[in-house]
Design a protein around this ligand. Structure first.
Ligand SMILES: [Zn+2]
Length: 276
């Protein structure tokens, strides 16, 4: 299990690996078989031109993971033989799942650190705390933690064996997926499921069950998956976010999301329960 660390550990002890972040992209080392992994300290130092390790992320077993910011453009001028620069989506399945998640932590935490150098209340420079992941203003004590934006994602099933999937306006491929939306302040997750489903497709649901969750670093989201049963109403899409929604049976599915997403896990789970 990954253990987050907040105070910088002794670099002389144990193994240390580095995630270099440039913009929203990550630099990894690629081996001959095409798989990739986080950089050793020497490689990271060569690419950065300085000591790596701006921010400690934590420890996975005996390996410490650090994040460092590589200035935009530098990844093009340096020697990048045996390395690859890619966004998180393109590195999924290339990095191990464990290191892909760590790379997601790196991009989000470096961005958070960059955007919270100063107190939002009084403008004084913030200081990083060493006992928790937070930045605090020494002048007035205002403390900021990394921001996450929780979103629900829900598969709606019906007693006739079909499930409801929708097509988003922004997708440039003819894909259908489960419905999703951000949690508003003051809502329970169940409130959000009811509201988003009714807003997007006009139906009412009941028997909402928690399914599982997935960090979704594009950016700073946390997806909370649910299964719900159709209760009443005919499909009526909002036309804004969702441009089409239909009831699909297991043997007549449209294009669905790729395996990296909890949307796909929800659909696969539904298919397994349907026995197909
Ligand atoms: Zn302040």
């Amino acid at each position: 299990m990954f253990e987050p660390l907040f105070a910088h550990p002794d670099r002389a002890i144990g193994e240390h690996r580095h995630i270099l972040v440039t913009g929203s992209r990550v630099v990894v080392r690629v081996d001959v078989a095409g798989s990739a992994r986080a950089l050793a300290a020497g490689d990271a130092a060569a690419l950065l031109g300085r000591e790596p390790g701006d921010l400690i992320l934590g420890r996975l077993d005996d390996v410490h993971y650090w994040a460092s910011r590589l200035p935009d453009g530098q990844e093009k001028s340096g020697s990048l033989e045996d390395h690859r620069v890619g966004d998180l989506r393109s590195l999924h399945g290339v990095l191990s799942d464990a290191e892909w998640n760590i790379a997601g932590r790196a991009t989000q935490l470096l961005e958070w650190q960059r955007d919270h150098q100063f107190c939002g209340r009084c403008g004084a420079p913030n200081e990083a705390l060493s006992d928790t992941r937070a930045m605090r203003c020494p002048a007035d004590g205002t403390t900021v933690f990394p921001r996450l934006s929780p979103a629900v994602i829900v598969l709606i099933e019906r007693s006739d064996g079909r499930c409801l999937l929708g097509r988003n306006r922004g997708w440039d491929i003819p894909m259908y997926s489960t419905l999703a939306g951000f949690v508003e302040p003051g809502e329970t997750l169940e409130d959000t499921v009811h509201r988003e489903v009714f807003e997007e497709v006009g139906v009412r649901v009941g028997n909402i069950r928690y399914f599982g969750s997935q960090p979704w670093p594009f950016p700073n989201s946390l997806m909370l998956g649910f299964v719900a049963e159709w209760a009443e109403g005919e499909i009526s899409v909002d036309g804004e976010e969702v441009i089409d929604a239909q009831w699909f049976s297991p043997d007549d599915l449209p294009m669905i999301p790729p395996p990296m997403s909890i949307a796909r896990e929800l659909i696969d789970d539904w298919l397994a329960r349907a026995g197909s």
